[in-house]
Design a protein around this ligand. Structure first.
Ligand SMILES: Cc1cc2nc3c(=O)[nH]c(=O)nc-3n(C[C@H](O)[C@H](O)[C@H](O)COP(=O)(O)OP(=O)(O)OC[C@H]3O[C@@H](n4cnc5c(N)ncnc54)[C@H](O)[C@@H]3O)c2cc1C
Length: 490
């Protein structure tokens, strides 16, 4: 099934989770000022599938026997993978590379778990968990469900593993096993989109602590008894705000802390349990989850970099700075990032790994590309700040300034740029500020750096994990020269 925006709005109204906001439980997430924007954008995501010019987003899903979003499709050939990539690119072009926690992101994860039901979940955890990963996928596709996810333990004390904290249940852990399921308690640092999602994947970073009580992956409805979200302050613009905050008013995402207050997770919702040592195989090898989600991130960030390049060109050309070599160099730098991302997206399909159960993007390229973007995207923002100098700040307060005829005369005379009239210039600079300066802009920059983990650790892992099996290939190049060099005798 592929839903429409209307279907989603009806569903989320009926089954919205418990979210605390400023001391109260949110009554209607679809109209609440902190969530109405992302709710509207999620509804647009579903409607996008039904637009004539986006019908590539709808595919016949052979695994479920009905039509589904492309993001749920299990690629079986390189051609399938290319179709999936191009479909996702269409979605992120619509988002201009923002709104990365759109439903398609977790759809893809659920599909990947399904594809490895047998060779990973079945093999290591037995037939029950294998069936669970199949059942959860089928349910998600058939109902086109929207998942949030949570991975990271709260930042209580990063110098020690959570099992050594004063309360070992600050991080979510199993407190009790029962015939009908396990009871879990604790919290996770962040779960984007949680207040307006229908389902939760909890998938902790088991690497941080190998205590088996934390090693559990499960999927539950967000309105399950005991699930609570503590939402951060909304960064939503003033009422309206489409003129002053064109990105915030379209692509603001909400983030929340996840709390599980003695939640019963039925056995048929669990896919990974008590075997923390198996996590590396899931992340890097058999399932290559990191390959997959980083590929999705390259799609997001490629779309963003194109948008940022366009913004840099528009601003520089309007201000007459595009003729300066230093400005050209900087715009050229963003375009180099665009080209490198383009190469990754093409080659990751070209060099896809063709397994019997799934065809997946080349992980070396996807992971390295995504890790590179942790620094490339913030750098593109920095470039935008540097080429616009102080002009990005003194912009008339809002659309109303244009409605005062007396003020408008001054605005039109003094706010115009050589290449733009005053209204277009103010619109462009409002857009610029919303990318590089507003709360939403800064939140995105933090997301761009940290959403796949800390950049220092991830860059180090490019060496220690991603290229681990290829080390000899590089070292040999040096060894051969060393071996050919003479060995002088004393
Ligand atoms: C806007 C936004 C949205 C997000 N949405 C989600 C979401 O929906 N779901 C989700 O699960 N996660 C989400 N993430 C969280 C993201 O997964 C984490 O931020 C990321 O994994 C990094 O973890 P951390 O923030 O705990 O930082 P840490 O990894 O704790 O890093 C903090 C600092 O400590 C240093 N450090 C930490 N540990 C070590 C160590 N062992 N050795 C050396 N240095 C160390 C790091 O280098 C870094 O400087 C989101 C993040 C952001 C910013």
């Amino acid at each position: 099934m592929i839903r429409t925006g209307k279907d989603y709005l009806k569903s989320i109204r009926e089954r919205q989770p418990v979210t605390y906001y400023e001391g109260e439980i949110v009554n209607d997430v679809t109209s609440h000022h902190a969530f109405r924007i992302p709710v509207k954008t999620v509804a647009e995501y579903y409607d996008l599938h039904w637009r004539e010019d986006h019908k590539a987003l709808r595919v016949y899903n052979r695994d479920v026997g009905e039509e589904s979003s492309i993001s749920f499709m299990r690629p079986r050939t390189k051609e399938d993978l290319a179709v999936m990539r191009d479909g996702l690119l269409k979605i992120y072009e619509f988002y201009r590379g923002f709104f990365g926690r759109s439903p398609d992101y977790m759809n893809m994860w659920t599909m990947v778990f399904f594809a490895h039901a047998e060779d990973y979940f079945g093999k290591h955890f037995g037939s029950k968990f294998m069936e669970n990963s199949v059942g959860i996928y089928r349910e998600a596709v058939k109902n086109d469900l929207f998942y949030t996810h949570a991975i990271v333990a709260p930042m209580y004390d990063r110098s020690k593993p959570p099992s050594q904290w004063d309360d070992p249940y600050i991080q979510i852990g199993v407190v009790e096993e029962r015939p009908e399921g396990v009871v879990v308690r604790g919290s996770a640092m962040i779960s984007t989109a949680a207040p307006y999602s229908e389902m939760l994947w909890y998938l902790p970073n088991v690497r941080r602590d190998t205590d088996p009580r934390y090693a559990i992956y499960f999927s539950i409805p967000t309105n399950t008894k005991g699930v609570r979200f503590l939402a951060r302050r909304g960064f939503q613009p003033r009422e309206g705000g489409e003129f002053e905050y064109p990105i915030s008013s379209r692509f603001e995402e909400a983030d929340a802390v996840l709390v599980l207050d003695n939640v019963l997770v039925p056995w048929d919702r669990i896919i990974f349990y008590k075997k923390p040592e198996l996590i590396e195989d899931l992340m890097w090898h058999t399932v290559s989850l990191r390959g997959w989600f980083n590929w999705h991130f390259v799609i997001q960030h490629y779309s963003r970099l194109k948008f940022l390049a366009g913004l840099a060109m528009a601003v520089a050309e309007a201000a007459g700075t595009s003729s300066f070599i230093n400005v050209q160099e900087k715009i050229g730098e963003i375009l180099i990032y665009v080209a490198l991302n383009e190469a990754v997206l093409h080659a990751s399909v070209e060099r896809a790994q063709e397994l019997p159960n799934i065809v997946r993007p080349d992980p070396y390229l996807s992971i390295s590309g995504s890790h590179f973007n942790m620094r490339a995207v913030p750098r593109a923002n920095e470039i935008l700040r540097s080429i616009t100098g102080g002009a990005s700040i003194p912009i008339p307060a809002g659309a109303k300034d244009f409605t005062n005829p007396e003020e408008r005369v001054y605005i039109e005379r003094y706010m115009a740029m050589k290449g733009l009239d005053a209204l277009e210039r103010v619109k462009l600079f409002n857009l610029l500020w919303d990318v590089v300066g507003s709360e939403v802009g800064m939140r995105y920059e933090q997301y761009d750096r940290f959403s796949r983990g800390d950049p220092t650790i991830r860059w180090a892992q490019t060496y220690t994990e991603v290229f681990r099996d290829r080390k000899q290939e590089f070292v040999r190049l040096v060894r051969e020269i060393l071996d050919q060099m003479p060995n002088p005798k004393a």
